[in-house]
Design a protein around this ligand. Structure first.
Ligand code: NAD
Length: 390
């Protein structure tokens, strides 16, 4: 169980690019980072509006002279200091991730970047090589993948408790974009424009969470073929999609079905994962995040509750609240940030043995998400054809 004890040599000096006062995801980063004493927020270029960014940063407790107008100013200012930032989180619209991440790595700063990581696999490969050359960590923030019951699912599948995996059924849908974009705010405008969102809307925005989660749970079982059908129910969003269905064939013969939608009218947001094996199934949904449904064929259904001693060690090790209280998205983010901090700390100490066995969402997690998106788009562009996963 996590109790806030420090697990790294010293707190990391942390900065943010984006995640300003009006930003949707910024507070999730701060919730994740600032909980265990592993990060101290010391700098930021929080906002495209420099004045608002400075005002916001100082309200967060950052010194005024370390609230910068641009990420370039942040890099210049922080690299000139002896106590400059160790790591910076990038919580800006998708089209900026690549250039900001590269600039930070070139300045010798570790990076935690939002998903979808970049627009292309080629960009991911370039940054992967750069991070390796510089000896730096790139972390990626996939929301629920730090939840103890997600770790529980992965551990149970790895132990063979489901038998051979046969069916993967994943959904992440909401209805917040069911209407048109006449009065859309900035966060919708950039998400529905290929120049700022990249090659996808909902597939990248919410589908990449599902894909990374399935990678964690399935282990060595990989996608071999997929078929993606995507559409824009609101025509102004084309060529991007506000709704998509993806069918997948896996390396062990399993079949997968995933759907993502932002036009699922009336749905306030739901994520549901179901993994079916030859002996049993697991179902987890964010509407009951404390519970994992374990269904063994021929036996009464069981509800596994987070924090209980009968769970696997991997799950109990990252539980924060204990079984009596709800464990949710904020707790998951804290675990993701902690795991990335431990990776950065190990890299600083030159502890390659620790890193080789340490689980955290790194550059490959970001890269594989972008690879999946590229395959989805290739399939959709051929009229929802089956394509080999490349
Ligand atoms: P948003 O439009 O709500 O906020 C973007 C923020 O970045 C704003 O504060 C804006 O002023 C600032 N910004 C934009 N360009 C900047 C620049 N060049 N320099 C400094 N600040 C800049 O967007 P959002 O919804 O918060 O999404 C941001 C990123 O986070 C996207 O990549 C999105 O896909 C991702 N996201 C991830 C999750 C998750 O669960 N991991 C959730 C929501 C969003």
């Amino acid at each position: 169980m996590i109790n806030g004890e420090r697990t790294i040599q010293r707190p990391l000096r942390w900065g943010m690019v984006g995640g300003g006062r009006t930003g949707q995801v910024g507070y999730k980063h701060r919730t994740g980072a600032l909980r265990d004493g592993t990060y101290q927020l010391v700098a930021g270029a929080f906002d495209l509006d420099a004045e608002r960014g400075r005002d916001f940063g100082t309200a967060l407790g950052v010194e005024g002279d370390r609230c910068y107008a641009t990420y370039q100013d942040l890099i210049a200012g922080e690299t000139a200091r002896e106590d400059g930032v160790d790591v910076v989180s990038v919580a800006t619209p998708n089209f900026t991730h690549f250039e900001i991440t590269k600039a930070l790595l070139n300045a010798g700063i570790h990076v935690i970047c939002e998903k979808p990581l970049f627009f292309t696999v080629a960009e991911c490969e370039e940054v992967k090589a750069l991070a390796k050359e510089k000896g730096l960590i790139v972390g990626v923030t996939y929301g629920y993948t730090g939840h103890p019951l997600v770790r529980q699912m992965a551990a149970m599948v790895a132990k063979g408790m489901l038998g051979e995996i046969r069916i993967v059924d994943l959904a992440y849908t909401h209805g917040f974009n069911a209407g048109d974009d006449t009065n859309a705010g900035e966060a919708v405008k950039w998400r529905t424009n290929p120049e700022t969102a990249g090659p996808t809307f909902v597939l990248g925005d919410i589908g990449t969470h599902l894909y990374y989660l399935s990678e964690i749970v399935l282990g060595d079982v990989r996608v071999e073929k997929l078929l993606c059908d995507r559409t824009a129910f609101i025509p102004s969003r084309a060529p991007l999609e506000d709704h998509a269905t993806v069918l997948m064939h896996y390396s062990n013969g399993a079949r997968g079905r995933l759907w993502v939608s932002s036009v699922d009218a009336g749905n306030m947001g739901s994520q549901r994962y179901r993994f079916v094996g030859s002996k049993a199934s697991l179902v987890w949904s964010d509407s009951h995040p404390d519970q994992l449904l374990y269904q063994v064929q021929g036996e009464p259904e069981r509800i596994l509750h987070h924090g209980m001693p009968y769970l696997e060690d991997e799950s109990l090790a990252c539980d924060r609240m204990g079984a009596l209280h709800t464990e949710g998205l904020g707790d998951s983010w804290s675990n993701i940030y902690l795991w990335i901090a431990q990776a950065i700390d190990a890299r600083m100490r030159g502890d390659d043995a620790f890193l080789a066995n340490h689980h955290y969402p790194g550059i490959d997690a970001g890269l594989e998400g972008v690879r999946w998106l590229e395959n989805c788009v290739r399939s959709a562009d051929q009229g929802a054809a089956w394509v080999d996963f490349e």
